[in-house]
Design a protein around this ligand. Structure first.
Ligand code: PEP
Length: 253
């Protein structure tokens, strides 16, 4: 891994934690990290409604805050939705886009996610762009083609100055929340392929500096093996990020 590539460990809380529980989790994480700091970038993605409180809770700790989604339009009559500009205004620095649960339950397509990436980066948010195949696609042997398609559709049209704010998270859908994990070899194989795909679009300099995170049932017991792969630059963690000690142990794997 080149020296310059950032390592990122990000927590996706999904629709979990009341405000009180979420703040307690952050307090515990802050204490653990202040006793044993990390060189990695640590990001937490609470539900929208906790974002501003989370930003205050992690002020001066180095922990960054992400949203789990945003709308593609800059503003307007979209009842119940949240814009990238709003996220920026409460201090969020990142936004997760294209998560498989957004694709599966809310019908988000690569084209829609590409619009969201544009709006997010226009508002100075960094994007964690999720891609990954289903079990059927892996079993059919179409996983490389599918991931290439997801990457190409989402990022191909952007200029390099936008792409420098995009982190990719490879999250095989069959491994998310299922307890199944890609083997370190499967993760490395796909991460190398994603980097090759990025190099084909933007050239090797951008491809080599883009962090590619693995997500899918990462936990303290399997994190070290996954994170030691040369093209795995960090993790996007769901379930295990809801327990401060587990998330901390992954950060220090
Ligand atoms: C996720 O939702 O991004 C994720 C990786 O979840 P889990 O770690 O629970 O599989």
């Amino acid at each position: 891994m080149p020296e310059q590539r950032e390592r990122i460990i990000a927590a996706n809380w999904k629709m979990n934690k009341t405000l009180h529980e979420g703040l307690a989790l952050l307090v515990e994480l802050n204490i653990l990290l202040s006793n044993k700091p990390t060189q990695h970038t640590v990001v937490v993605a609470p539900p929208y409604i906790h974002l501003q409180s989370a930003v205050h809770a992690v002020a001066d700790t180095g922990i960054k805050v992400a949203a789990q989604n945003c709308h593609q339009a800059p503003d307007g009559a979209y009842t119940g939705e949240i814009s990238a500009d709003m996220l920026q205004s409460v201090g969020a620095e990142y936004v997760i886009l294209g998560h498989s649960e957004r694709r599966q339950y809310f019908g988000e397509t690569d084209e829609l996610v590409a619009e969201k990436i544009k709006t997010a980066t226009d508002n100075n948010l960094k994007v964690i762009y999720c891609c990954g195949e289903s079990l059927e696609q892996r079993e059919a042997g179409s996983h490389f083609e599918l991931v290439k398609q997801q990457i190409t559709t989402a990022v191909e049209g952007f200029q390099p100055n936008i792409i420098k704010d995009v982190v990719i998270a490879y999250e095989p859908v069959w491994a998310i929340g299922t307890g199944l994990t890609a083997s370190p070899e499967q993760a490395q194989e796909m991460h190398a392929f994603i980097r090759e795909t990025m190099a084909g679009i933007f050239g090797s300099e951008i491809a080599d500096s883009t962090p590619i995170l693995y997500g899918g049932s990462m936990k303290p017991a399997n994190a070290a093996a996954l994170l030691s792969q040369p093209d795995v630059d960090g993790g996007l963690i769901g379930g295990a990020s809801l327990v401060a000690q587990d998330f901390f142990d992954i950060i220090h794997s």
